[in-house]
Design a protein around this ligand. Structure first.
Ligand code: AMP
Ligand code: GLY
Length: 427
């Protein structure tokens, strides 16, 4: 099989790595990829993420399957363009990708089909939005409708903060077109967990669960980031809870889309809050999560190329989705100034001194023979272990050997998972 992977970050590096383990895979093209992926794939540059050019490259390389990493090309309809020229795609089409591309679309679908999520209102007019906020009270959550690179959500602790956020979006057009509509939501309480699934149009096969760490500082302090680390599986999602998630959220969502005449193929990412009333949807993403994927895929023993191809053509087989026992922990290392800014060109030392871990590159560049920082999130260090504790220890032993100017990383990745396990006396 010849496979093209669209994207250039740590998530795509983890996907390329997992695909490279498949005996069926003869070549991998990463479009545009990154310098670290060159060890596993042929990287093909593309100007300004131009969709037509990406499609042309896939045609020229005669690929059997295209895997789309990021949400941008999915919401712009790259899947539709590839399918139109007869290439199987792992990733939803433009209509299905609205599940992530428009929060108002996702909320309306959930409301119509009774899928558990926070109560909400949708507004384009500032005065009505303010009235709603004052009526509901705080805490309350304000969300830009469209894609805002993970920055479009404000969990407001006071009505003043909520009104400021909604004014920035609706009056000052903080997020441009993505924020001309806002979703205002009830603030849910509970612990968050990410459930990613392989979807082939009719079947949903969940991957092992994972937990992200969105804030920059330890113990969930400081501003939100793209994700500072992840671990898998997340013990909060017990077998019983996973059953509920499948019955009340995943299958009903697929059926709801089907009723609306929409076919979903690819990865469906459900960001969930485990509330006192049970699991509820915080958000849907139409692609693999980052950094969750960097923790999940190293534990997959099934053949990712086969599974993705089967999703693309509508024949996924749950029996193929098999996992190694144990757990994985991914610690993200970010550059100086992140998340407000990032710092480029700092030499990353120690990469040759670490063993028995995987390093996926998010924002690096090769300069002569060394890697230097080239973005906010720089590298993700993933270790697997017989249990979560072993995975965490191994990941941090490797992180300790890596060094670059201004590096930032959290020292508490997986702490919630470890607490759950301690409570159950598993250690
Ligand atoms: P989203 O981009 O929708 O996932 O939101 C980003 C983060 O904001 C989530 O991971 C949650 O931590 C938080 N959040 C979003 N919606 C809610 C909600 N309704 N209640 C509580 N927290 C929320
Ligand atoms: N880890 C959150 C995301 O991928 O959106």
């Amino acid at each position: 099989m010849k496979i093209a992977v669209i994207g250039s970050g740590g998530r795509e590096h983890a996907i390329v790595y997992a695909l490279s383990k498949s005996k069926q895979v003869e070549s991998i093209y990463a479009i545009p990829g990154n310098d670290a992926m060159k060890a596993l794939a042929t990287c093909v540059p593309v100007e300004n993420n131009n969709l037509d050019e990406m499609v042309k490259i896939c045609q020229e390389k005669k690929v059997d399957l295209v895997v789309i990493g990021p949400e941008g090309p999915l919401t712009q309809g790259i899947t539709d363009c590839l399918q139109a020229v007869g290439i199987p795609v792992f990733g939803p089409n433009k209509k299905a990708a609205q599940l992530e591309g428009s929060k108002a679309f996702a909320k309306a679908l959930m409301k119509k089909y009774g899928i558990p999520t926070a109560a909400y209102g949708v507004f384009t007019d500032l005065e009505s939005a303010k009235k709603y906020i004052l009526k509901q009270g705080a805490p309350i959550v304000i969300k830009a409708d469209g894609l805002a690179a993970g920055k479009g959500v404000v969990v407001a602790q006071t009505t003043t903060e909520a009104i400021q956020a909604v004014s920035r979006m609706l009056a000052e057009k903080e997020f441009g077109a993505a924020g001309v509509k806002v979703v205002i939501e009830e603030c849910m309480e509970g612990e968050e967990v990410s459930v990613l699934s392989f979807v082939d149009g009719t079947q949903v096969v969940p991957l092992i669960s994972a937990q992200d760490h969105k804030r920059i500082f330890d113990h969930d302090k400081g501003p939100n980031t793209g994700g500072m680390g992840a671990y898998a599986p997340a013990p909060i999602l017990t077998v019983d809870l996973m059953k509920l998630v499948k019955e009340r959220i995943l299958y009903p969502t697929l059926q709801a889309l089907h009723q609306e005449g929409i076919t979903y193929r690819g990865c469906l990412y459900a960001g969930l809050m485990i509330t006192k009333e049970g699991p509820k949807v915080v958000e849907f993403n139409c692609r693999f999560g980052d950094p969750e994927t960097q923790a999940i895929l190293p534990l997959l023993t099934g053949d990712l190329a086969q599974i993705m191809y089967d999703c693309a053509v509508g024949t996924v087989d749950a029996k193929q989705v098999t996992w190694q026992k144990g757990a994985a922990c991914c610690v993200m290392m970010a550059s100086s100034g992140y998340p407000a800014t990032s710092h480029k060109g700092d030499v990353i030392h120690g990469l040759n001194e670490i063993h028995d871990v995987l390093v996926f590159h998010s924002g690096t560049k090769k300069k002569e023979q060394t890697f230097v920082t080239n973005g906010g999130r720089v590298i993700g260090v993933t270790a697997t272990g017989m249990d979560l504790k072993e995975a965490v220890i191994k990941a941090y032993q490797a992180v300790d050997k890596i060094n670059f100017a201004g590096m930032q990383y959290r020292k508490d990745i997986a702490y919630k998972g470890l607490q759950h396990l301690t409570k159950k006396d598993l250690f």
